[in-house]
Design a protein. Sequence first.
Length: 400
Amino acid sequence: MPDSGRDIAKNATAAIFGGTFDPIHNGHLAVAAAVRECYGLGGVILMPTGSSWLKSGRDVSGAEARYDMARLAVAGDPAFSVSRLEIDRPGNTYTIDTVHELLGKNKNLKISLIVGSDILFEIPSWREPDELLRLCSLIAVARPGHDKDAVRAQFRLIRSNYGCRINLYSGPMLDISSSAVRDNVLYGKSIRYLVPRDVEHYIAERGLYRDPEFEAFLDSAAVRGYRERVKSLISPYRYSHSLGVAEWAVRLARKYGADKQKAYIAGVLHDLAKEFPGANLLHGSAAAVYAGGRLNVRDPDILDAIRYHTTGAPDMPLLSRILFIADMTEPMRDYKGADELRALAVEDLDRAMVSALEMKMEFTREKGREVHPDAVKALEYYKKACETNGGYNGKQNNGK
Ligand SMILES: [Fe+2]
Ligand SMILES: [Fe+2]
């Protein structure tokens, strides 16, 4: 397909909206359309990133598929175009090179970059940030769950350090993520209202985001048996929570390199004893004993994760940390601070552990209950771990 970026590059003002777009979804499109109208921009150039910037922990779909989906999503809308500049450039691609190429075609073009507010923290480490911000203005789009005070402080810092034109857009947006779309495909759920219809069909026709091995695992007699048993032991609401934890734990397992199948099983089983008489505070231990004895679960990682999901413990193995955090951040959780913790969960597992333990201890104290000594020890441990390693855990700066 020809590079449709050329058409919009003729306009006087254009915004580059870069992203992996794996896949592009209605949230991307709604934000881009709203930003274009709000700032009176001539057009928006969707710029799928080259395949060389791989996100940690998962394979990114091929550049051609991501490009095709972006084209399908905006077909027929003259306000949008899709550019091949970054996917066609060999090696790591840099935004500054893209901007130079666009200006090479039209030196009078006024370019804005639309970026997520989290990107404001990365821009100083991009290639030639001074030159980039001399040539472009920035429109930072606030993201749900991100610390607004920190974003505003960074916004001011960028503006004063680079003297650039910068706006923070906080208008209404659709809280959709590409990973949620991929998860829906994986679990056989609908993506009908998450992506444009043509993108939905493209994904189905090509079998994108499917994982036959994992699907066979989900459909195996053993795993179906776990789900049925748990369903018989707890209320429908808690069962939905357990499936939500299982699916969210798989997402985190992928992100942090843990075993997906173990994460799923631990999530399904973790609350099976929650409604046993008198088991409330000890339901993690009770569920581990039940899973080991009655369900024949032999894997020590799964049993440990289930055992410690209520209190936490110092130096928990990766799977246990993932279950602990997944339990507190699955999508049905809506307590105060849940969105922030959910955002942190996919950025830094140890810092998420600190926040989660602090919140859990506060809830416990508010209810007039005593905090479990394991939780106190766990909080001390993860605070220290974050101080030692700077809270860095799985985050990758791609240096664009
Ligand atoms: Fe629980
Ligand atoms: Fe739970």
